[in-house]
Each structure stands twice: as structure tokens, then as C-alpha cells.
Write a protein that binds this ligand. Structure first.
Ligand SMILES: [Zn+2]
Length: 567
């Protein structure tokens, strides 16, 4: 039950301007006479009534464990729920098979509010939930080592709650629900924008898993980025017999990397750039005829990202010239810098404070502590209070960092990111340690709390025309004052939907054995035979705890990323 300890606004008390009143659709009359706090109480109660649906969704997506562009099972699961709840689903939008939009509305009048969250996971971090030590479900398979399995079940519950309140109180408006695809590759949302998915949307709320409950506005200190693969082509020859007849594509790649690393000293301190060689040739005695290197170029502003990209292209061309090879490039992803909307963030913050943190049990705290101790992380209890609103004034000065392609939507319509508390403090991002809580009561309760705050903010946006007007004014006059949306992708770029296809073709048959059967087991932990909370250390041999099947433990895998901020 929500305690509305904070100041709550009633619609009756709102000083609606004459213009705002004139713009209201007829149906709002009922809502105006109702108390806004009461409407929000109803929405929160509706979310509580859907707690089982949230738990099943969180656990199901965890078990499907699909990486970017391969979210077929997850996407179908979520779209089906929305369809059953009266949303009109359009599948395969923006040229991406796993993307969809789901809309519901009262017809004419009122705003259109979009709700989205990511659903993809990470390669190589398969992990049992509910165990405070490393143990893959399927060795080498992808896993939810960040927690993207929780966002969409939460957003769908919020959408249904808002919808039910709107129907009951004749509040006009529309809701559009959308899943974030391939966020870990930063590879979809620029295409959502280019395809016009948000052209009729007035405002958007995004949600991302975290260990705290809060939101932010202004320039968020994250980097924009472009992801680009360079393909060098040379000429094969016998590496010993007649190397002078060959031109090594790998030489092109290596020279590009060397040149980039020399140039790095003379780049802005806010930039981040990194690469992997995705193809380096076949065997040493054949001069490599083809080689590929994949770069991420990141910086704080649109211009700075474009400048890094231009520098990379120049260096690639120079490396090709020096090695007698040719080079071509294709963009695999793009993300705009992040910028949160102030009026929306203030409204959401009030709702976050009204909802408050989930009621953690001693078991939740014990499991969180066991995970922190066993993974040798700083021990800190699950948070018991929400975060203050994060503002440009109270945030530390940013020197750049990670990226999130929600940025592209943030520069298209007024948008905020709500962080909800479904994970354990101080664990490692993009790592199996971030997976262990993500199909436990900690994740479930965090998502229920998040859904309430989002549903209540949707009601604010639907019933307070001045809030939406303020959000749009901030977007136009403050956010767009010095910069405008200027993505690097062009009309000829297409979503990199082939990414991760090969790994899933190989892994899916084994992973399917572990899909959550929600009609048979109350929870995924029940299906796996894991009693909550497990507080033990890793078994010394490969024997599994209780009913947990197969697979030996393995050493901690995955790269540490203590300052995880997006993909
Ligand atoms: Zn994420």
C-alpha cells in the first residue's frame, strides 16, 4: 500500500489556465472532479493486482536470455500480453523483426504517452538466479547480466494500470508501449526515430534497472556514440613463397589500430574509443585477404561524436593506402547523448517519493549481502530510501563514459529515464554478478515499485495539460537551445539485425530446456529448485546444490565495469 506522505496535488486545486481548460477533451470533467491522489492510488492498486504478471514476465525474460536483435521469444511473450490487454500490436517495426509498438487509446483527444524499456541481454554471462556465486545455466550462453529482463514487464503493468484508470474515469489519451531492442549494441533506437515511431507521441517515459529508485534531468553526462565496422580487403598469397604478391588486410587493421592509439593522446578527455578485431585472417601462411575491426567512438556532444567518426574514417583510409589494401565501413549502431526532461522528471520524482522503496525482507537483505561478500564487493544493504532528484547542479562533473540509445528518443520527444531498484548495490555491471538477483523477490518488488511510479506519472501527463506544455517548452527552449538531434546514421544505413544470430542458432536448443514454465511453477527459482535465499559459497566440486541440474561451476567470467552507465 502506498503511503502518500508527500504533498499530493489534486486536480481541483490545479490552477489550470483558461487555455489549458479549453484544450481539455470533454471526458476530463469526471477526472477533474476526482482527486489526483485517488486516481494514483487506483493505479498503484492495479499494479499490485498485477504483481503476479510482473513476476512471471521478469522470470520468463530472464529464462529466455536473448541478446540484441535475437529477442524473438521475449518480444512475442510481451506483445501477446499487450494484445490480450486490448493493445493493438504492430510487429517488426523500423525494419527490426523483434521490435514492436503496442497502442491503446480512448479515441480522439488527450495526449499520447509512450512507455519503453530494453529487453536484450549480454553474451557469455549465463548465470543461475538466486545463487550468490558463479554458475552458468548453459555454459557460454548469453545471460541477463544487467537486468534488462525486468523493465518491460514493469512497463506493461504500468500501462495496464494507467489504461484502467483512464477508462474508469473517462480520461482521454493514448498509450504506446515499445521494447528497446539490442540496447547492449546501442543499435535500435536511432532507427525507431528514423522510422517515425514517435512522430505522434507527446512524451516518453523510459525505465532502466538499477539499485536505487530515482530519476534525473538535464544533460546526463553520458556519451553519444557511433559503432562502426571497418572491412579491409587485400590479396592472398603464400606467406613464405611469394609474400610480395600479397597485400595483407590484417596489416590494414593493425596499422589503423596503431594510428588510432597514437592519435588518442590528442583527443578530448571526454572521448572513449575501443575496438575488437572481429576477423583477422585464416592461418599464418596465407596472407589475409580480408580483415575486420569494430570500433565504438564515444563523446559528449553530437559534433564531438561526428568529429571522432571522421577521424576514424581518415585513419582507416590512410591505413589502407599505406598497406595497399582497400577499406569500407558500415555502421552497426548509434546513440545520441542523453538529456532528461525537467518538468517530467520533477513530476516522476514526486511519484517515486510517494511510492517509496519496496519493503525488503530479512531474506532479501541476507541474499544481497551474501552476493556482495562472495563476489568480494563492498557490502551495503539494499537501499531503504529513494534517491533525491538528480540535477545538473548536484551531479558530479562528467568526464564522459557509457552510452544509452534512449538518447535518440530523448532528442525527439520530451523523455525521462526512471531507474527502479531491482538489483543489488555495488555488484559489477555487464557481468554475471548483476544477474543473480534478477529473478528473485528483489527484482520482482523493484519492478512493482517502478511500475507504480510510472503509472502515476502517466496519469499526471494525461490529466495535467500544463505539465505537458511545460515539458514541451523545456524540450524546445532549454534542451534544444545549443544542440539539435544530429545522428551519424544516414538513409542508407540499416539496423544490424544479423548480430548475434549465429550464437543463438548454436545456443538456443540447449537454452530452451531452461525456459520458465510459468503455468507449472510459481517462480523460476522454484523451477530450478533453488530455495531462497541461498547464502552458500560455491561448491568445491561440480556437485550442484539440491535440485539444480547439470553444469560445473566456473571461475568468475565477464569484464568488470564498475561505472556501468548504459551499453
Ligand atoms: Zn541497460
Amino acid at each position: 500500500m502506498i503511503q502518500f506522505t508527500r504533498k499530493t496535488r489534486t486536480l481541483a486545486a490545479l490552477a489550470l489556465s483558461a487555455a489549458a481548460i479549453a484544450s481539455l477533451a470533454p471526458g476530463i470533467a469526471t477526472a477533474q472532479s476526482a482527486d489526483a491522489a485517488a486516481l494514483k492510488q487506483e493505479a498503484a492498486a492495479d499494479v499490485d493486482a498485477h504483481a503476479k504478471m510482473i513476476q512471471q514476465g521478469v522470470d520468463s525474460l530472464f529464462s529466455f536470455a536473448e541478446p540484441g536483435f535475437q529477442e524473438f521469444r521475449s518480444s512475442a511473450y510481451l506483445a501477446d500480453i499487450l494484445e490480450k490487454n486490448g493493445f493493438k500490436v504492430t510487429r517488426g517495426v523500423a525494419g527490426i523483426p523483434t521490435a514492436f509498438t503496442a497502442t491503446w487509446g480512448t479515441g480522439t483527444g488527450g495526449p499520447t504517452i509512450a512507455l519503453g524499456s530494453d529487453i536484450d541481454d549480454l553474451l557469455g554471462v549465463s548465470q543461475y538466479p538466486g545463487l550468490p556465486y558463479a554458475k552458468p545455466i548453459v555454459e557460454g550462453a548469453p545471460g541477463h547480466g544487467e537486468g534488462h529482463n525486468s523493465g518491460m514487464p514493469m512497463m506493461i503493468a504500468a500501462a495496464i494500470a494507467a489504461k484502467n484508470v483512464m477508462i474508469k474515469h473517462h480520461i482521454p489519451g493514448r498509450i504506446m508501449v515499445w521494447p528497446g531492442i539490442a540496447e547492449e549494441n546501442l543499435a535500435s533506437k536511432a532507427y525507431f526515430v528514423r522510422a517515425g515511431l514517435f512522430k505522434d507521441v507527446d512524451a516518453n517515459i523510459f525505465a532502466h534497472v538499477g539499485t536505487s529508485f530515482g530519476t534525473a534531468y538535464g544533460e546526463m553526462g553520458m556519451n553519444g556514440m557511433v559503432s562502426v565496422e571497418y572491412t579491409f580487403k587485400g590479396r592472398t598469397a603464400h606467406s613464405a613463397g611469394d609474400p610480395w604478391d600479397g597485400r595483407s588486410a590484417l596489416d590494414g587493421v593493425e596499422l589503423m589500430d596503431v594510428a588510432w592509439n597514437f592519435r588518442r593522446e590528442h583527443l578530448p578527455v571526454t572521448q572513449r574509443s575501443h575496438y575488437v578485431i572481429t576477423e583477422g585472417g585464416g592461418q599464418p601462411n596465407v596472407v589475409p585477404g580480408e580483415a575486420k575491426v569494430w570500433y565504438f567512438f564515444r563523446d559528449r556532444t553530437f559534433d564531438a561524436v561526428r568529429s571522432l567518426y571522421d577521424t576514424g574514417n581518415t585513419i582507416a583510409d590512410a591505413a589502407a593506402m599505406a598497406t595497399g589494401t582497400t577499406v569500407s565501413r558500415r555502421i552497426l549502431g548509434y546513440a545520441a547523448p542523453n538529456f532528461g526532461n525537467k518538468p517530467m522528471a520533477e513530476a516522476a520524482q514526486a511519484n517515486i517519493e510517494a511510492v517509496g522503496m519496496p519493503k525488503w525482507t530479512a531474506d532479501d537483505q541476507a541474499f544481497a549481502k551474501a552476493a556482495q561478500v562472495n563476489f568480494e564487493r563492498k557490502v551495503e544493504p539494499l537501499h531503504d530510501s529513494v534517491d533525491p532528484l538528480s540535477t545538473p547542479e548536484n551531479r558530479p562533473r562528467s568526464i564522459g563514459g557509457g552510452s544509452d540509445d534512449i538518447g535518440d528518443i530523448m532528442w525527439t520527444v520530451p523523455t525521462i529515464t526512471v531507474r527502479y531498484p531491482s538489483n543489488i548495490p555495488n555488484i559489477i555491471g555487464h557481468n554475471l554478478t548483476s544477474a543473480v538477483a534478477m529473478a528473485t523477490p528483489i527484482a520482482h518488488k523493484g519492478a512493482v515499485a517502478g511500475a507504480k511510479a510510472v503509472a502515476m506519472t502517466v496519469i499526471d501527463l494525461m490529466t495535467r495539460p500544463q505539465l505537458l506544455a511545460d515539458a514541451k517548452a523545456y524540450f524546445k527552449d532549454v534542451q534544444n537551445k545549443d544542440q539539435h538531434y544530429d545522428p551519424v546514421i544516414t538513409a542508407s544505413d540499416t539496423p544490424a539485425i544479423w548480430l548475434n544470430a549465429e550464437v543463438m542458432k548454436r545456443m538456443r536448443p540447449e537454452m530452451e530446456k531452461y525456459y520458465y514454465k510459468q503455468d507449472k511453477y510459481p517462480s523460476y527459482l522454484d523451477q530450478l529448485g533453488i530455495k531462497y535465499p541461498q547464502l552458500g559459497t560455491p561448491p568445491k566440486t561440480s556437485q550442484a546444490p539440491a535440485d539444480v541440474t547439470d553444469a560445473a561451476t566456473r571461475p568468475d567470467a565477464g569484464a568488470p565495469d564498475p561505472s556501468r552507465v548504459g551499453g
